[in-house]
Design a protein around this ligand. Sequence first.
Ligand code: BEZ
Ligand code: FE
Length: 279
Amino acid sequence: MLGYFTEVNSVETVNARMGATINPRVRQVMSSLVGHLHAFVKDVQLTQEEWEYAINFLTRTGQICSDERQEFILLSDTLGVSMLVDAVNNRRPAGATENTVFGPFHVAGGPVRPMGYNVNLDGRGEKCLYRGRVVDLQGEPIAGARIDVWSDSVDGFYDVQQPNIQPKWNNRGTFITGEDGAYHYLGIKPVSYPIPDDGPVGQMLIALGRHPYRPAHMHYLIVAEGYQKLVTHIFAAGDTYLESDTVFGVKKSLILDFKKVEGDSIQWEAAFDFVLVRR
Ligand code: BEZ
Ligand code: FE
């Protein structure tokens, strides 16, 4: 018998209340969570006012969520938790393309476009040819890989953030590789942009003296039968925010030199091969 709750025995007392027959993973996760939460309160000697502020902050975070906005994921992203969960769950062998954060702006079920298609539907921005191959660790082409791509517009917004301004499917597309595993399509050279910062997460960033920007990137989701799903970006080398991405998504292996193309209508070229790992 542990007796009544005290400052000293708090963790053991709370965790001892769990039933004997509960799911063992629930027991493990919740015991650890309670342990870390109590240690945190004791470590910082949390005041009553700070506790109230935290409750209010989390309440506002929930209240701003909608079908179009997930402020809790944004909170996880900006605290580095999304990237950490991704890292823990996607350890890959050398040579494989690394994962990064998925983000909230992917739209599933878009139309499949023919190779070479121009996903930039508003005609604004610096034109860029994206090309490369989807291969396995031995360099063999992967046929039938489904490649979803999405980027922001030249103004730094995804089409879904501006449904009355941008054409639907602007700067996003789906492509399927053929026998050679190759892909190519046209888009724009993306620009850096702030994550949605008009809610509690934006206020938190200000309080922490942080900016809300992500460096310019093109998103990729690549799915192929028998291979691990790849969620990644290509980042444009030289971007101001590469070393201070507000969601910690940058990895060295994903930074690419966009090559300037002289003398025809395409202004940039981004060549990148994606290396998938068998499941
Ligand atoms: C994005 O890259 O689209 C993104 C990622 C995390 C939070 C917000 C946006
Ligand atoms: Fe993005």
